[in-house]
Design a protein around this ligand. Structure first.
Ligand code: MCN
Length: 799
């Protein structure tokens, strides 16, 4: 292979379409006769529905239909679980999935109750005010712990409990570890909800073609194939008669992988019933209530150390808020449970969570998908331990890293794919040293002391994490050399901005040795490729990228075999070069791929038994285990000790996602992830009152970090090759946001060593941090290492 694309950064081929306004988003779909949907949504967090009077709405000019749960008949049924847990002893799981329209009871503010269809969105919105829903308010369940109290109102009466899941996982003997420990630290940590806040809200458009008996759905989903499969079942159609297209999508970040959102099943259904195309576009306010959210968790965690700072064991009990329904099973809390272990050798672990239903918007994965909670708990425990033991925070991590010769490493607990938590590879200590080098291990403490002398408070945080990425089950790809000589690649993934069009083209162009501008990738259209699952868990590169690689290799083989036949040479004497085949021993005998594709599909004598026409191949890739990415984040902050405003002066990421397909895309993913993480850490919080009402459902009140708040991330990459996929890839899409809360907390504490400040919660809004600083007493000098002491420890490490 003479062209090298993997590891290079060709310009993203999708960007021209995006930057010139040519990219099609779902809301761009305009069809003749199209109707528009709007939804009456519950104002109550928890209430019984006594009756619905929609007559006035139906009488309004321009209104075509008004739909309640009663009208749905058989169609009123919960969507299937996206990731059902297998029946495993010790796992309690109480399923309660959402139905398309609430029937007898509403369970969160914003739940869809009535759908109005009208000639325009304006008319539909106006008609919403005509609908009268008679509610009988019930006490809401908002507090995670109260949810399990005996006298708590039960949200799903058929379950008789608000317990959504109870899972205990352990390896080793924590009690024994604790008994041997020189230091035991016990703390409670809180991590509250945020929104994914994708730039594009959700959107669904559907058209029923009665002549072809085909349903086409344009959907902002991250999982077009599962949506097609589920809808075809619900609507009684052949899968081949349902086409789901997820065109360009303006950010997904997790919530767009739900199955199903009410709108996703109602818009196609009504389009079929009315025989007219229908569209619904979520507005920003609906997005705050009706699109799934990040997770609240409360952890009661304990860590046992030996006197030299070695972890002997960890015990963690936590509550996880699953919201009103649990369509996503156990994925998020299991991610928290597993990711807590991080890159560390933890001989004994006891982790137990209770997921609870609350009257708040449903929780599903949002970038990081619960991993940040585990990392926050672990890294905070290490920071507190380091302080108690008089160790530098980096040193305590160094002492506990898994060594690079222990891989593959299995923990005896289950990961989100319900297979044992498996670390395929890793090499953690060098990433830490690289991060400290970039920070300036020998100069930072002096700068900090100098700043302090000038009345400025600088702080440094340095934390580690691992991230399970690239899990199965599988993805596929079809690679076709067309008679034009151009190459088409189709996969089942959806794309929300990750750069798949370019990265997959790089893989295929390199294998086939063609110019990358001649490789055209299509994703997210079930007619183009109908097998696979979707875009989540930072798996696109590993799983779909590997499938593209396998399919391209198979096409390469066909090109060589067909070339040998057509050029009258032995296959061993044929090579491919620059979009052509040629005879190695006589390079003047050659043929371009386009002409060869014609020979592979002749009008006569096309298919010799055992061969296929065309230069095309389909391949699938399903890894036995995911691949374990890892990294170290460092942050330098300046804290205004009076106002509690924090300025991030530097943000450093040393990241290991194995072989990089496209370093600029990877850098963009990390930068974007860090922006997300900074939002989670300092700005974003969905604030619910005791009645389950969201108090800040607008960007006036829900603070997103702006470009002013997110520094350019200084990055270094390490490439520990993943052994379980052909290119050695690990995922990167979520890496930037996972340890941000933890590094932020450590950096702030480091800036203010004179205060007894221990940060045990995220998000830490400017207001909340102000309160913590105001209430913090002076530090206990005996337990707080002097700056000089820390500087000395860093210097020792450098040796
Ligand atoms: N990549 C690479 N080399 C690697 C690993 C990845 O060049 N070793 C490239 C991939 O080819 C791909 C991108 O980086 O172009 C991200 O790849 P990967 O980590 O496999 O993640 P996915 O493709 O599975 O994307 C999902 C992931 C997740 S889970 C969330 S959430 C997220 C994220 O990606 N949502 C995003 N990044 C996002 N980026 C944008 N712009 N929008 C979102 O909604």
């Amino acid at each position: 292979m003479s062209r090298t694309y993997v590891g290079q950064s060709p310009v993203r081929n999708e960007d021209r379409r995006l930057l010139t306004g040519q990219a099609v988003f779902v809301d761009d779909v305009q069809l003749p006769g199209m109707l528009h949907a709007a939804f009456v949504r519950s104002d109550h967090a928890h209430a019984l529905i006594r009756g619905i009077d929609a007559s006035a709405a139906l009488a309004r000019t321009g209104v075509v239909a008004v739909v309640t749960a009663e009208d749905l008949g058989e169609y009123w049924q919960p969507g299937p679980l996206l990731v059902p847990p297998p029946p495993i002893e010790g796992i309690v799981f109480n399923q309660a999935s959402q139905v398309p329209l609430a029937k007898d009871r509403v369970r969160h503010v914003g739940e869809a109750v009535v759908m109005v269809i009208a000639e325009s969105r304006y008319l539909a919105e106006d008609a919403l005010t005509d609908v009268i829903v008679d509610y009988e308010p019930l006490d809401p369940v908002v507090d995670l712990e109260r949810a399990l109290a005996d006298d708590a109102p039960v949200i799903h009466p058929q379950l008789g409990t608000n317990l959504a899941a109870h899972v205990t996982q352990r390896h080793g003997d924590y009690e024994e570890a604790r008994a041997k420990a020189d230091l035991v630290i016990t703390r409670r940590f809180h991590y509250d909800r945020g929104a994914a806040a994708a730039m594009e809200n959700r959107c669904v458009a559907a058209r029923w073609d009665p002549r072809a008996e085909e349903l086409t759905i344009w959907d902002t989903t991250q999982a077009p194939i599962p949506i097609r499969n589920g809808l075809s079942r619900m609507l009684g159609l052949l899968e081949s008669k349902v086409r789901v297209v997820a065109p360009f999508v303006g950010g997904g970040f997790g919530p767009k992988i739900m199955m199903f959102y009410p709108e996703e099943v109602l818009v196609p259904w009504i389009a079929m019933r009315l025989g007219r195309p229908v569209k619904w576009t979520e507005d920003r306010q609906e997005n705050f209530f009706a699109t799934t959210q990040e997770r609240s968790q409360i952890h009661d965690a304990e860590i046992a150390f030996s006197s030299d700072g070695k972890i002997l064991g960890i015990r963690d009990f936590f509550f996880h808020d699953t919201g009103a329904y649990d369509p996503y099973g156990l994925t998020v809390p299991i991610n928290s449970q597993c990711t807590l272990l991080g890159p560390y050798d933890v001989p004994a672990y006891h982790s137990e969570f209770r997921a609870v239903f609350t009257n708040r918007t449903t929780v599903t994965p949002v970038r990081g998908a619960g991993r940040q909670h585990g990392v926050f708990v672990m890294e905070r425990l290490l920071d507190i331990g380091a302080r108690e033991l008089g160790l530098d925070p980096s040193e305590i991590r160094r002492r506990n890293y898994l060594r690079k010769d222990v891989f593959p490493h299995t923990f005896q607990i289950l990961f989100q794919d319900f297979a044992p938590l498996y670390y395929d590879s890793g090499n953690y200590a060098p990433a830490l040293e690289a991060a400290l080098d970039i920070v300036g291990r020998n100069t930072f403490r002096a700068e900090q002391a100098q700043a302090r002398a000038e009345g400025r408070y600088l702080g440094l945080g340095v934390v580690s994490y691992v991230e399970g990425t690239g899990i199965g089950p599988y993805e596929g790809a079809r690679v076709t050399v067309e008679p034009s000589g151009h190459v088409r690649v189709a996969t089942g993934l959806g794309t929300q901005g990750q750069g798949h069009y370019t990265a997959f083209a790089q893989i295929v162009a390199e294998v086939l040795d063609v110019d990358i501008t001649h490789v055209h990738v299509v994703t997210g259209d079930t007619r183009e490729f109908g097998w696979g699952t979707g875009t989540f868990a930072s798996r696109g590169a590993v799983v779909a990228g590997s499938a593209c690689h396998e399919a391209a290799l198979a096409v390469r083989k066909k090109v060589i075999e067909t070339g040998a036949r057509v050029l009258g040479a032995l296959p061993d004497d044929v090579e491919i070069a620059d979009g052509a085949v040629r005879v190695r021993s006589d390079p003047s005998r050659m043929m371009g791929f386009g002409e060869l594709a014609g020979h592979a599909n002749p009008l006569r004598g096309a298919v010799v038994p055992g061969t296929e026409p065309g230069l095309e191949a389909t391949a699938y890739f399903g890894p036995d285990h995911g691949s374990t990415a890892s990294g170290v984040h460092a942050m330098v902050v300046e804290v205004d000790a009076e106002t509690a405003m924090v300025k991030i002066l530097r943000y450093i990421v040393v990241h290991d996602c194995g072989k990089l397909i496209n370093p600029v895309i990877v850098a963009g993913q990390v930068q974007g992830g860090v922006a997300h993480g900074i939002g989670n850490a300092f700005y974003e919080q969905l604030v619910y009152d005791d009645g389950g009402q969201l108090q800040n459902a607008s960007f006036m009140d829900y603070l997103l970090p702006t470009a002013m708040d997110v520094p350019n991330v200084e990055m270094a990459h390490r490439e520990t090759s993943a052994p379980l996929n052909p290119l050695g890839l690990k995922g990167v899409g979520e890496a930037g946001c996972i340890p941000t809360g933890a590094v932020f907390a450590q950096a702030i504490e480091d800036a203010l060593p004179h205060l007894a400040l221990e940060i045990r919660e995220i998000p830490l809004s400017p207001n909340r941090l102000f309160a913590l600083l105001r209430d913090a007493g002076p530090a206990d000098r005996a337990n707080a290492p002097e700056l000089g002491g820390r500087a000395a420890a860093v210097a020792v490490a450098a040796d």
